[in-house]
Structures are given as structure tokens and as C-alpha cells.
Design a protein around this ligand. Structure first.
Ligand code: GDP
Length: 305
């Protein structure tokens, strides 16, 4: 395992400690009381649901664990836990995704509701792409929130990215358009477009995002090359609902799950992946610009269990 991998494992592990403890105590309680194996499975299923995995996914996971334990014969808590880990890893592996950007002008649109960590994620992403040698321009298309624009401007200085902003209340699509032109004329190869995420005017928001999308598609071939949906892992079922809404209205090519270092129950990632089919690309494990990591099914399963 690389140093970065170990670091991720440690961060995720501490972030998901509550989930892990809950699951482990469910299993130990059941196993220690000499409970019948059926009862142990019931408890494991309950534990998974309590960690936001979702009823359907929890049922399927436990059914698979059951059939594997039957073949391997490892019926103690440690054995069941190991099998559970393997099954969770197997469930997430097909959902692992990576950024897919063209070498020349690449456009990434970042969407998500306010407060999920969108601005911070953009900064982290810009930093990551800068460290890979890309020249990054940010488009402050969340013209609705002056504070968000200012925050993005501060980040752009820190991570070494350019930024295009308009006056407050300006047209978000016009900002995106200008950012693309500015990137071209300054020889930059990556544009990251911040977008609004106000919830109370959902219909307008989705129309606005579609317009930004259309303008980008008109200006750059194949754009947006990525639409990253940022979700706050501490919000459980809300995150799942948001994923469904955004998927339906603007589409998403990848999910960034933030705040996995916090109080997240973590299991929601399984429900999101299975119910939306959107690839899991990154996880946020802190507030600093280095705290963005590729999503890893292996690291996640290890940390959860
Ligand atoms: P936005 O409204 O979606 O743009 O959200 P912000 O980027 O402003 O983030 C909201 C809050 O969440 C800020 O206090 C961030 O520092 C914090 N935050 C964002 N990502 C993470 C993360 O991965 N871990 C933790 N612990 N905090 C985060």
C-alpha cells in the first residue's frame, strides 16, 4: 500500500469508526450470547441499515454473506466480519470510477446543493489537477452567493488557479462561457465550473444548470467532460435523494462523497452506488486542499469493517 493509500485508510477508518463499532458490537453481542446463526444475520442486517446502507442493499449483502459463510464454514464473529468485508468490497468495486479528461481543453462541471462541500471540493480538485501539471481556470458560476464567489477566489490564489467571476446575480452560463474563452486565450487546459446549489428554488436551479451545460457543450467539443456531483456523506438518505434528483435533471458522470472524516455513517455510499449507478470517483476526508482521494472500494471496505 502506498503512503497515500495508508493515509486514506487511516482517515476513512477514523471517520467511519462509529459505523464500524456499531457493526462489530452487533455481531459480537449476537455471537457472544450463543445466538442462533439466523439471529446473528438479523443483527448484521440491522447494523447495516443503521449505518445507512439501505434496506434493499443490506438484505442482499447479508444473503450473500450467508451463502459464503455456508461454503467456508467460518461461523464466528471474526469469520463473518471478514466475509462481510469481502462482500462489501465486491459490491463497491464495479462502481469505482476515475476522472476521464481530454488532454486539451477539459471542462468539469461541479454540482450539488449548498453546504455539501462543493467549493472546497473544487479547490481540492484544482490542486490535484495542478499537481498533475494541468493549468486550471475556475468559473465562479454560483453568482447567487457573493460569499461563495469570494471563497472560491481565495482558494484560487492558494491552489494556483485562475478565476473568472462576474458581478453578483449575473448569468451563470455567461461566466462559464467567459471562463472557457479566458482559458483558451491564456493557454490553459482545464476549466472547473462551480454552480449554484440553492434548494428552495429547485426547478429554476435545474434549468440554470442545464443552460450552463448547453453553453459548455456548444463551446467545447464533448463538454462538459465530467459532471461531478458532490454529496455530503453525513446527511445519509438526503444524499441519496439528491443523487436521484441531480441524475435525472442534469446527469452526473461521477460522485464526490465529502466529509467521510467526520460523523458519516458511510454506508450510504453503497445505497447511492447501487441505486443510481453513478460512478464513485472521489472522497473528501478533510477541509484542506490535499484532502481529496480517489474512491477505493478496498480502502472503504477496510475502513467500514
Ligand atoms: P458548499 O456550500 O457546498 O460550497 O460548501 P463548502 O465548500 O463551503 O463547505 C461547507 C463546509 O464543509 C466548510 O466548512 C468546509 O470546510 C467543510 N468541508 C468540505 N469538505 C469537507 C470534508 O471532506 N471534510 C470535512 N470535515 N469538512 C469538509
Amino acid at each position: 500500500m502506498t503512503v497515500r493509500g495508508m493515509d486514506l485508510f487511516a482517515r476513512l477508518r477514523s471517520g467511519l469508526s462509529k459505523t464500524r463499532e456499531a457493526l462489530v458490537s452487533y455481531m459480537q453481542e449476537a455471537a457472544g450470547s450463543g445466538a442462533a446463526i439466523d439471529e446473528v444475520y438479523d443483527q448484521v442486517e440491522e447494523g447495516l441499515v443503521a449505518c445507512d446502507v439501505g434496506v434493499r442493499a443490506a438484505g442482499r449483502i447479508v444473503a450473500e454473506v450467508r451463502s459464503r459463510v455456508r461454503t467456508t464454514g467460518m461461523k464466528d464473529a471474526a469469520g463473518i466480519r471478514a466475509v462481510l468485508r469481502t462482500v462489501v468490497r465486491g459490491a463497491l468495486k464495479p462502481h469505482e470510477g476515475r476522472l476521464d479528461l481530454p488532454r486539451d481543453l477539459a471542462v468539469i462541471m461541479v454540482v450539488g446543493v449548498n453546504g455539501v462541500g462543493k467549493t472546497t471540493t473544487i479547490a481540492k480538485l484544482a490542486w490535484l489537477l495542478r499537481s498533475q501539471g494541468r493549468k486550471v481556470m475556475l468559473a465562479a458560476s454560483d453568482t447567487f452567493r457573493a460569499a461563495a464567489v469570494e471563497q472560491l477566489e481565495v482558494w484560487s490564489g492558494r491552489v494556483g488557479a485562475g478565476i473568472v467571476r462576474h458581478r453578483e446575480g449575473g448569468d451563470p452560463a455567461a461566466v462559464a462561457f467567459d471562463a472557457v474563452q479566458a482559458a483558451r486565450s491564456r493557454g490553459m487546459d482545464t476549466v472547473i465550473v462551480d454552480t449554484a446549489g440553492r434548494l428552495h428554488t429547485k426547478t429554476n436551479l435545474m434549468e440554470e444548470l442545464k443552460k450552463v451545460r448547453r453553453v459548455l457543450a456548444r463551446e467545447v467539443e464533448g463538454a462538459p467532460h465530467e459532471v461531478l456531483l458532490v454529496l455530503d456523506s453525513t446527511t445519509g438518505q438526503n444524499a441519496l435523494e439528491q443523487a436521484k434528483v441531480f441524475k435525472e435533471s442534469v446527469g452526473a458522470t461521477g460522485i464526490v462523497l465529502t466529509k467521510l472524516d467526520g460523523t458519516a455513517k458511510g454506508g450510504i455510499i453503497i445505497a447511492i452506488a447501487e441505486e443510481t449507478g453513478i460512478p464513485l470517483k472521489f472522497v473528501g476526508v478533510g477541509e484542506g486542499m490535499e484532502d481529496l482521494r480517489d474512491f477505493s472500494a478496498d480502502a472503504f471496505a477496510e475502513a467500514l469493517l
